[in-house]
Design a protein around this ligand. Structure first.
Ligand SMILES: Nc1ncnc2c1ncn2[C@@H]1O[C@H](COP(=O)(O)OP(=O)(O)OP(=O)(O)O)[C@@H](O)[C@H]1O
Ligand SMILES: [Mg+2]
Length: 302
């Protein structure tokens, strides 16, 4: 294998990978985010086959964004995997239904697979055991390849990236995760990252993602506004501008690209909300395929 560029001690790009990168970009293979106004802001969509961070505090709309991305693929006949770690899959389906989006249809037609990783991470095993990232991604890859999925969401990604040790270790783990996703899955991936909007140096900087999109609650002169900022998008000229958006029934995230938002001050421009994830029952495997048909039986054992 020819090595042409040494990016850092832990990141060496082979010729084949660089060639594939440039082919992707020259052919302008873009994947729609499911948010038409956002696609226009990023040159038509997300460059295909890479991982993107959706960062923001609790309640800013990350899960709705991720759902819109999955739904867009499903509506175009693609298959998708949604890995849910904090929320129960039924909560995600329920919130989607409140927006007029029918995920159950795609679940029953086996076009969408929801993997529930919450039981693993809420068990004593999940809290104490160091995750082997390549093995975890290989487990995920087996679901993805069996389904033939082209889009993957991991919501949120943090528990898959052990961060109890030094900053360097977090960075190494984040790099390992993104590299493994690319090598083993080949899908276009949204990685949800809570509470990364604050400060100049956020956890997002540890992830060598191809793009970073931030959702915020910003204090403007007209009051508190939901805003979206494309902080980074590979091979794409993006304006570092915050745009207001609304969450609208039937459409999800609707951006107004005509009125950039000016925060009142840097001090009060971000609102921090408490995170209170649901913690379901114990389990041993990292990923459990969620079957909406069987769930009611589990709830009332005799
Ligand atoms: N049907 C709906 N119509 C309008 N707004 C909605 C609807 N459903 C949810 N919302 C809004 O979306 C917000 C939740 O969005 P979402 O679940 O995507 O947040 P999140 O960033 O994923 O939060 P967390 O980090 O806690 O998971 C709610 O607080 C609510 O204001
Ligand atoms: Mg969420």
């Amino acid at each position: 294998m020819h090595v042409v560029e040494k990016v850092s001690d832990s990141q060496v790009l082979p010729v084949e990978e660089l060639a594939a990168d440039s082919k992707d970009l020259t052919e302008k293979k873009r994947v729609s985010t499911g948010i038409p106004q956002l696609d226009l802001l990023i040159g038509g969509g997300l460059p295909k086959g890479k991982s993107y961070l959706i960062a923001g505090d609790s309640g800013t709309g990350k899960t709705i964004f991720a759902t819109a991305f999955i739904l867009k693929g499903l509506m175009e006949g693609e298959k998708a995997v949604y890995v849910s770690v904090d929320d129960k899959p039924s909560d995600i389906v329920e919130q989607a239904a409140s927006l007029g989006w029918d995920l159950m249809k795609y679940l029953s037609e086996k076009q969408l697979l929801m993997l529930d990783a919450a039981p693993f991470f809420s068990s004593p095993n999940g809290l104490t055991k160091e995750l082997d990232i390549p093995k975890t991604v290989a487990d995920l890859a087996s679901y993805v390849s069996r389904l033939g999925a082209s889009r993957v969401v991991i919501d949120p990604v943090g528990p898959l990236v052990p961060s109890r040790e030094s900053g360097k270790r977090v960075r190494d783990n984040a790099r390992s995760l993104i590299r493994s996703l690319r090598e083993l899955l080949g899908t276009t991936n949204l990685l949800v990252l809570p509470s990364a909007t604050t400060g100049e140096i956020g956890e997002w900087e540890e992830y060598p993602a191809a793009g970073v999109i931030m959702l915020k609650l910003t204090q403007t002169q007209r009051g508190l506004t939901r805003t979206i900022l494309v902080r980074k998008m590979r091979a794409t000229a993006v304006e570092l501008t915050e745009y207001p958006f609304k969450i609208v029934n039937g459409k999800g995230i609707v951006i107004d690209p005509t009125i950039p938002v000016a925060p009142v001050t840097s001090e009060n421009s971000e609102i921090h909300l408490e995170v209170s994830p649901d913690l379901p029952e114990d389990g041993d495997n990292i990923f459990e395929a969620w079957n909406p048909i069987e769930e009611p039986k589990k709830k009332s054992p005799k």
